[in-house]
Structures are given as C-alpha cells and as structure tokens.
Design a binder for this molecule. Sequence first.
Ligand code: HEC
Length: 131
Amino acid sequence: MTLIINNQGLELRFLFLLFFIILYAHAKTPYQMGKTLYMEKGCYSCHGNNAEGMHVYPKLANRAKGFLTYKLSRFRDKISDNQQQEMMIAFAMGLSDADIDNLTTFLYEFVEEKNGMKYDDSHKGEGDGGS
Ligand code: HEC
C-alpha cells in the first residue's frame, strides 16, 4: 500500500514536471504577449491592425516605449490631457503593469507582417479594360 502511494506521488511529480516543460515550451515572448493583448483588448480597432493609426487615432508602431508606457499608465490612472484622450481610459483601466510592458514592447518593436496581420493590397490590377 505504501509502495502504491509512493508511486502515485512520483507520477504526480512527473506530471507536474511535464506540465511545466510544456508551459515553458509554449512560453511567449513579451512581443508576442503584447501582440495578443493588442488584438484581444481591441486596440487594433482604433489604432489599426499595424498600429499605423487612423483618423484621429494616433499611430503607435515604433514609438518610444517610455512615452507609450507613460501615456498608458496615466490613462489607467484616469488622467487624460484632452477630451479626445478620455476615450482611452476605459481601455487602459484593466491593464496590469506587465500588460503595459508587453504592449509597449510590442508597439515599440513592431514589425509589419506581410500577409499576416494586414490585408495585402499591393496587388496591381491588370487588364481591367482601361485603354
Ligand atoms: C475606441 C478607440 C480606441 C481604442 C479601442 C484604443 N484607443 Fe488608444 N487612443 C484613442 C484615442 C482617441 C487616443 C487619443 C488621441 C489624442 O491624443 O488625440 C488614444 C491614445 C493612445 C495612446 C497615446 C498616444 C499618443 O500619441 O498620445 C496610446 C499609447 C494608446 N492609445 C494605446 C492604446 C492601447 C494599448 C489600446 C488597447 C488596450 C488602445 N489604445 C485602444 C482611441 C482608442
């Protein structure tokens, strides 16, 4: 009986080890975690799929990490510098320090993925009958 319990304990430890190995293998980089957050939190819907900005929504790609961190932390503290920015407070409120760090790493290091996140509109129409 004792032997069986010991064996089970060993199995359990093995399973835990396996679990952490799998977890480690799937561990994402801050860039990838930031990218996931950017999509999950809906940031893309205003700032664009490539963080390129649109209309009144500022471009975020490749901008200083320090500045982006400063702005997001302030929005989280419900501080905006103008009325337009008040929109951001709701989106920053739920972010943890780690979330902000991952998001700003992603934005600062942003590399556009061709045919990945972006619709490829580089195709040139041919033979459309115009002469
Ligand atoms: C509903 C639209 C909307 C969504 C969604 C949104 N934002 Fe914004 N964001 C804005 C607006 C509006 C501003 C302020 C523009 C201005 O200063 O005139 C802004 C400003 C910012 C700024 C400051 C940029 C600057 O130049 O001052 C950062 C950083 C930012 N947003 C990050 C994010 C992140 C990260 C998310 C997702 C968690 C997000 N935003 C989601 C609308 C949005």
